[in-house]
Ligand binder design. Sequence first.
Ligand code: SF4
Length: 322
Amino acid sequence: MSEKTPAIQVEGLTVKAGEKYLLKDIGFELYSGDVLGLIGETGSGKTVLIDAIGRNTAPGLSMKADKLCCFIDGKETDLLQKKEEELAATVWGKKMTFILSNARSRFSPIMTVGEQFINILKSNQDMTDKQAAQKVQEMFSLVQMPDPKQNMNNYPHELSGGMIQRVEIAIALAMSPKFLLADEPTMGLDVTVQRQILDLMDGLFKKSSSSVILATRDLGIAANYCNKVLVLYNGEIVEFSDVHSFFENPRHPYSRYLLEIAFVSNDKDPKAKQRVFRSQKDKGMNGCFCSGSCERAQEECLTKHPQIHLFSDGSFVRCGRY
Ligand code: SF4
């Protein structure tokens, strides 16, 4: 069996807004070719984690970590130590690309999307204007952009949200990055287009053994396109495992809840979709946030915050009873 090549290592990552924790003590490791599905409800910390790993946190947030690195051409690159200019010159774009959920804000309103795409291509690859323009058209066709030639000449405000998203995806794919950090990349797109784009990304990234972190609320996307899953709740990791174990035998009651609301059919259980997870924290209690609804809960679950339990295969769960 071939040795796994490390791709991304995160240890003790914490992000705060003032005194409030947005992420707390996050740690996991990915290997070359891994596609990690980052799962959690709105506000769980998915976007903050994507931003933090890419060293792209919003102004005003403070971040620290014991380790935050990626491996570029087999060499460990300490993302924490790099200044923004260094990241822009050596990591972002060329090696690490983002698909952000607020795609429109990334584009300048005073240039056409085609001009901006061409500039990105030319600053990262050795291309003439003509070659870059041709590449833009090719990539627009790949992501099913209607009338690629015409839409190249449009300004961002002239494109719908779905079209802007396709431009963003087209740029990310054109870069052939070693690392892709994608925040709900196909949300809002028509289901057929969504599937076509995800299939395309899947094929391209498998070919280049890229490592992908894909934040999604759609567990069907995680099941079909990811090989690992990380569940977040309130800025903390709840569970990390390979995709088969997660879907066949989720270890944490919160993971089971997410699966239940995602996949139990309305016919079998009409109330499933309306069921709301009641965290004990909402009631001002310490201890495990699941203690009110967990069938394995014991006295100490009410008062003691559970630590991570690590299994021999590298998966882990936040539960004090393993
Ligand atoms: S710590 Fe206790 S309440 Fe929380 S998941 Fe484990 S057994 Fe259940």
